[in-house]
Design a protein around this ligand. Structure first.
Ligand code: FAD
Length: 158
């Protein structure tokens, strides 16, 4: 991995590994408070979009388990590292995959990298006089968000 990624893209710091090994469920909060979180990722990688394929290929070649990490806010223990997993576990933090690839203002569609956060997307969409649906600021994971034209909203209110 060292040959493929820059030094600041591979993190081994224990505190950051701890943060990437849990979400916000009550049992996870309890485990952290009482020092019972059984396992956390062995490393964290911050790939850019164009590096994702080589990351998966390298992990597959060396039998490394990858766990994507968005904001770490799930309440379903989805980031829990399995106890019986024998392979090295690497958390793949997608926060550097945060670009808007394209915006189709006519059809209100956009292609946005998986790690983009709502408030940044909102800022970029505003340049096209577009906005997101409700609660966009809270979301991290998304696959398809419908955009509404500010112009149309103004029209409907009138
Ligand atoms: C206080 C609070 C209130 C909430 N209220 C609501 C609510 O009202 N409605 C609701 O629906 N949800 C609610 N949630 C849950 C919230 O929607 C989740 O926190 C959110 O969906 C998880 O997003 P995340 O990016 O933090 O994912 P993470 O917690 O980082 O990851 C969740 C799972 O998705 C996987 N994953 C992450 N990124 C990717 C990717 N790019 N590709 C593939 N897999 C990926 C991870 O490996 C993990 O398995 C709430 C959470 C909190 C803490």
């Amino acid at each position: 991995m060292r040959g493929v990624f820059e030094e600041d893209q591979i993190i081994m710091d224990p505190k950051q590994r701890l943060r990437h090994g849990h979400g916000y469920s009550q049992s996870e909060m309890y485990a952290i408070k009482h020092d019972h979180l059984e396992r956390v990722p062995d490393a964290i990688i911050y790939p850019k979009e164009e590096e994702a394929t080589s990351l998966v290929q390298t992990a597959s070649k060396h039998s490394v388990c990858l766990i994507p990490f968005g904001g770490g806010t799930n309440v379903s223990e989805a980031l829990e590292c399995p106890q019986n997993e024998k392979r090295m576990i690497v958390s793949v933090d997608i926060q550097r995959m945060n670009r808007i690839i394209w915006i189709d203002a006519i059809n209100r569609m956009a292609c946005i990298e998986a790690g983009a956060v709502g408030r940044h997307i909102m800022e970029d969409l505003a340049k096209y006089d577009l906005t997101m649906g409700p609660r966009a600021q809270q979301c991290r994971i998304f696959y398809s968000w419908r955009m509404n034209s500010n112009e149309r909203q103004r029209h409907e209110k009138a």
